[in-house]
Write a protein that binds this ligand. Sequence first.
Ligand SMILES: [Zn+2]
Length: 387
Amino acid sequence: MSSPRDLLNAAKAEIREIDPHEVAGRLDHFTLLDVRENDEYEQGTIPGAVHVPRGNLEFSIEGRLPDKHAPIAVYCAGGVRSAFATKTLQDLGYSDVVSITGGFNKWKDDGLTWATPRTMTAEQRVRYHRHLLLPEVGEAGQQKLLDSKVLLLGAGGLGSPAALCLAAAGVGTIGIIDMDVVDSSNLQRQILHNMDRLGMRKVDSARMTVEAMNPDVTVKTYDTRLGADNILDIIDGYDVILDGTDNFPTRYLVNDAALLKGIPVVHGSIFRFEGQVTVFNPYVGPCYRCMIPEPPPAELAPSCAEAGVLGVLPGIIGSIQAIETIKLILEMGDPLVGRLLTYDSMDQSFRTFKVRRDPQCPACGENAGPIVIAEYDDLCMPHAVGV
Ligand SMILES: [Zn+2]
């Protein structure tokens, strides 16, 4: 029968160990794997390490570290559990794994960088469980969502589903600007509101719905008209703007202010049975003026207040906007930058069109002058400079 010491020696004979300083000097090369228990991890860890307790290793590791050929450096407290874990990973097919000699204790004693990780509450672990299962999101991604700030322009057809989706996903701060009151004619598509709230300010109704769904979310409301005089103050500090506005003057205003502040805008629009979504990432992809240099004549551009729209349609478009917002926050996937996604509900078809950045764009082009934040009328001619 083998003693624990024999088992350790047998494991160590089959793995490679590495000095903490060597790992510290090549942090961009290794993915660090912390195999200690939750209570040990919570008291301090190496920043950026993936945490999978030794007991969960066999069944969790492929979900957390799917690339079996990436270099992995494993550590525990003193170098014993990590030796066994390294052997296990090799048996599972991981080809480039090393165990850190002396573990986290030696790392700390040697004065190398460590930090106390931010941890989620037990309630949050339950709430976001399905996110934590995705290696592309995980605990770090969920923390990022909780730290993120998204501004919704409008609590109407597009803002409603977007607010619900983003709140459910755990976007920590949701700003909502809207100056209308809940009306029964809204309820055919504006699913944040309900019959008990007729006559209530839309921002207050939106806040009630979001707060009832997820207590992690802080809602900031702006019961005002977005204009040249306030837009720079309102959008300041937000990571992403989700544009659900329905008129050209506001879209140009939002575009210019977002360019000035460097905030990406997830644009959505709906008309009758069709909708479209694209992402304007300042100076990375095209802006709204690159895509639509001039507004169409007023008689060809009815706002949503005048045009019909099928009830479910904004739910789909607003949800796609929410997905794009989450992708931008988590820097994952291929966002709709430079691509316009269109959806036709009548034949259930999605199409994607390329949108190019215009070198001559008056807002983001090579020779564009300084951006002026100004009020626009229906023809989108600037009035007196507001800011
Ligand atoms: Zn542009």
